[in-house]
Design a protein around this ligand. Structure first.
Ligand SMILES: [Zn+2]
Length: 193
């Protein structure tokens, strides 16, 4: 008998689903890696086309393998997070941000700016909400018109309420679940459903 699986080191495997899906996973056996790969690729165990050892990635156990290491190993490519162009080991100036890959500095800069804009937007929504409905907790915010900063559509819960409240900024009323109306009105007297 061989040693129990648990004694074996975690090793890297490349798993392919026979379609567009490829991934690197770690397992103590080929079978374990195959199962994990099938799970990651959302296919059945039997649908795995191959599960090959990838010793070049063993050092990254238990994973994930940094995208940069995969690209630099060759044979791997990722979509740029910003423009979805392919990034591979031929890309002149790729930028890595954790597991995210960008095809160039410009795409990276665009992505960062969008992220900052979104964070500013959420901060602004939290301030609006706190001013109008103190104690409320914001769950979701979106622009009403994609090309205009205001108004915004907020979904939030409030102390003592059970359901999400829906409010368009600037409107004098919010939509409150019937079961929560009493609690809402007594908390925020001026507002009515
Ligand atoms: Zn790009």
């Amino acid at each position: 008998m061989s040693a129990p699986d648990i004694k074996k080191p975690l090793r890297a495997y490349t798993v392919h689903d026979g379609d567009d899906g490829y991934t690197v996973v770690f397992g103590r056996t080929n079978g374990a890696a195959r199962a994990r790969g099938a799970n990651e690729l959302n296919c059945g165990f039997e649908d795995v086309e191959y599960c090959w050892r990838a010793p070049e990635f063993d050092e990254y156990a238990p994973g994930p393998v940094p995208s940069q290491a995969q690209i630099e190993a060759g044979n791997w490519r990722f979509e740029c997070m910003e423009c979805t162009d392919w990034v591979d080991d031929e890309t002149p100036e790729p930028v890595y941000l954790g597991q995210f890959v960008f095809c160039c500095k410009e795409c990276h800069a665009y992505y960062q700016r969008d992220k900052r804009d979104q964070a500013d937007f959420e901060d602004m929504a939290c301030e609006l909400l706190a001013a109008r409905y103190p104690g409320a907790v914001l769950h979701h915010v979106a622009r009403v018109k994609s090309d205009e900063r205001m108004p915004i559509e907020l979904h939030f819960t409030f102390p003592g309420g059970q359901y999400s409240v829906h409010w368009i900024s600037g409107e004098s009323t919010a939509s409150v679940h019937p079961d929560d109306v009493d609690a809402f009105v007594s908390l925020y007297r001026k507002s009515k459903q």
